[in-house]
Each structure stands twice: as C-alpha cells, then as structure tokens.
Design a protein around this ligand. Structure first.
Ligand SMILES: NC(=O)c1ccc[n+]([C@@H]2O[C@H](COP(=O)([O-])OP(=O)(O)OC[C@H]3O[C@@H](n4cnc5c(N)ncnc54)[C@H](OP(=O)(O)O)[C@@H]3O)[C@@H](O)[C@H]2O)c1
Length: 337
C-alpha cells in the first residue's frame, strides 16, 4: 500500500492554478485508540475551499502552507481502533486529500450504501442538500406562486434549491453559465425559465423572466448577477446569501450596488448563513431530503473526475463552470466492487 497527499504549495493570487498544489509521497499512518484508518474513495471539491487558501480571518481557519488540504470525503475503513467501526464500513467526514488517512472515530459518520449511492453523502444527502434546504426553506420560506430566482442554478446547491422551490409550488427562474446547463434545468428539473448569464444581458433577461418581480432570491454567486436581481425585488422579498463565487478570486474587494435602499423600501430581508449554523437540525433535513429522493421529487447530477492526482484540476474546474451538479473526484473503488 502506497500513500500520497496533496498539500497547499503556495497561496493563490487571484484565480488558483495547479502550481498552488503539490503531490507528495507519505507513510500510511497508524490509528491509535479511538481512531480509524480509512482508504479514500471519493473527495468533494467545494468553492469555499478557495477562501481557506487565503491567509485571512474567516469563519474557518486558513489552510496552512505545505500542509494537506482537508475537505469532505467518503472512505472505506481499513482498520478500526474504535468499537463503532469495523473494516469495510463506508464512512463520510472531513478527510485530508490523501489516499489513506487516520481520522478520529467521533468525527466520522457511517453511511449505508444500500440506501443511496455513497456519493450522495457528499451531495444531495450531505452538505449540498443541507445548504439548499436551510438556505431556502428556513431563510426564505417560499410560498406557492411566488417567483424564486436562483443563481449558480446548475451547480450542486443551486439545482437542489430549484427543485425545493418547485416542490413548494413556486415559479423558478434559474441563472447559469451555459445553454446545456439551462436545458438540463428546464427539461429535467422543470425549472420555468432560465438565463445564460454569459450570453444574455442579465438585467433585460431577468426583467422579461420576472414580470411580477422577485419574491425570493437564493444567491450562490454575488456580483453583477445579484445586483440585477436585487433591482427587481418585491415587497417582503427574502434573499438568502449562500455563496459569492464570482468574488472568491478577486484580489480587491468589488463594490457594486448598495442594496440597503432597496431592502428598506421593500421591507425585504437579506440573510447570510454558514451551514454549520444549522448543525442541530441536520437529521431533520436529511430525513426530508431522503424522502423526496425516494419519491422521485428530488434529482441530482454529479460530475465525477477519476484519479486522485486530478483533485486540484477538479477544484479549479468549479471556477470555470465545468460541473453540472456536484463535482467529485473518484479516488478508488470500494472493496465491494
Ligand atoms: N453558506 C454555506 O454554508 C455554503 C455551503 C455550501 C456551498 N456554499 C456556496 O454555494 C455556492 C454553490 O456551491 P456548490 O458547491 O453548489 O458549487 P457549484 O455551484 O456546484 O459549482 C460552482 C459553480 O459556480 C459557477 N460559477 C463559477 N464562477 C462563477 C462566476 N464568476 N460567476 C457566476 N457563476 C460562477 C459555475 O457555474 P456556471 O457555469 O453557471 O458559471 C460553477 O459550476 C458557492 O458559492 C459556495 O461557496 C455555501
């Protein structure tokens, strides 16, 4: 057995490149009491990881230079020194970008591969689904007949939000960066109208798509797209600030529309959130999302790149819009296959 890890080689200035990462050969660690040795099967790459590559205060500590990158993963237990796990169990948790890792048993969650494909633990039944659920249902409480606009609509969180809004009986307008993505949203997910922000004039297209204004805006991207949406909000609008991916690689803060007057005259609410704020309610949301998935009311798409060494490339692809749905890296087959 050979182990490898990917470390942060240098901090990105602006858009990250593969040079910011380095692959190293390392020893396979030995688990101690209360720990588990796992073999990585899938790694999740997520936009928020870009923020951790800056040496800046945020809601989570920065990655250290020359240290392993850490993110969500699914793995198979190889050796357990904890009574709750045994070899062959499939688990999820925050793992290093490593082929083999030692993790604290208390920080892993066992998943049942018979209930749903194991990759869903990183997507629709994991961070992605939970983010969509709380960001939309809890913050925006959309009502039947309302107009819901979703930016980053064909990404992992966005496509789940679109479907949850449809379940609530809303009219959904999705904004994404390609015609292929928008076709998926309308044909597969019943999104009512879509806008390709790369080829259309977003302000005009939004005004045409939202003749009755915007009641709910789920913001994954920020920047000029969000400015355009905010100009159309209705009285009592709710705006959920989930992500600002268009700004993650900016080297200087971008000052755009100042939304306070619009919020004021419309008695509107804008709320940012970090998923972990909702940790005590994760079980409730997973139960509901699993039910919708089993009933066929909720679909998901995955973009899976094969090969551990391609993990940085998969991460970079998020900023080029290469993914439809959840971006994952397949590192290894599990031993059942
Ligand atoms: N608040 C939380 O706790 C929380 C939790 C999870 C995720 N998030 C945030 O939610 C957002 C979506 O995350 P995700 O995991 O579902 O990623 P994702 O949407 O699956 O992937 C990122 C997508 O963003 C779009 N994008 C990239 N650069 C852009 C730009 N400059 N302008 C507009 N769109 C751009 C691309 O799609 P196009 O082809 O459409 O450009 C890309 O496919 C991110 O902002 C993320 O940080 C927040």
């Amino acid at each position: 057995m050979q182990n490898k890890q990917i470390v942060l080689n240098s901090r990105p200035a602006g858009m990250p490149t593969t040079e910011n990462f380095r692959i190293e050969d390392v020893e396979i660690p030995q688990p101690k009491d209360g720990e588990v040795l796992v073999r990585t099967l899938y790694l999740s790459v997520d936009p928020y990881m870009r923020g951790r590559m800056n040496d800046r205060k945020s809601y989570i500590a920065p990655f250290a230079l020359n240290e392993v990158i850490v993110g969500g993963g699914v793995a198979e237990v190889v050796e357990s020194r904890d009574e709750n796990f045994r070899a062959g169990d499939i688990v999820t948790g925050m793992l290093g970008w490593r082929l083999y890792s030692v993790a604290k048993a208390s920080e892993l969650r066992k998943i049942d591969p018979k209930l749903a494909p194991v990759t869903t633990a990183l997507g629709v039944l994991g961070v992605t689904g939970l983010t969509a659920y709380f960001g939309l249902i809890d913050i925006c409480n959309p009502q039947a007949g309302e107009t819901v606009v979703v930016s980053g609509a064909a990404g992992a969180v966005g496509m789940t939000v679109c479907q949850l809004a449809k379940i609530r009986g809303c009219r959904v307008v999705g904004i994404a960066g390609s015609d292929e993505k928008n076709s998926y949203l309308t044909n597969e997910l019943n999104v009512d109208t879509t806008i390709n922000y790369k080829t259309e004039k977003v302000r005009e297209a939004l005004a045409a798509a939202c003749p009755n204004g915007v009641d709910v805006y789920f913001d994954n991207v920020g920047g000029e797209i969000s400015d355009a949406v905010l100009l159309l909000i209705n009285k009592g609008a709710r705006i959920s600030i989930c992500g600002q991916i268009s700004m993650y690689n900016l080297e200087r803060l971008d000052v755009g529309l100042r939304p306070q007057p619009l919020l004021l005259i419309n008695s509107a609410t804008m709320k940012g959130f970090i998923l972990t704020d909702y940790a005590p309610r994760f079980a409730e949301a997973i139960t509901q999302l699993s039910k919708w998935l089993a009933e066929g009311k909720l679909k998901y798409a995955e973009n899976i790149i094969e090969g551990f060494e391609n993990t940085p490339r998969a991460f970079l692809g998020l900023f080029a819009g290469e993914n439809l749905g959840k971006q994952l890296v397949k590192v290894a087959e599990d031993s059942r296959q």
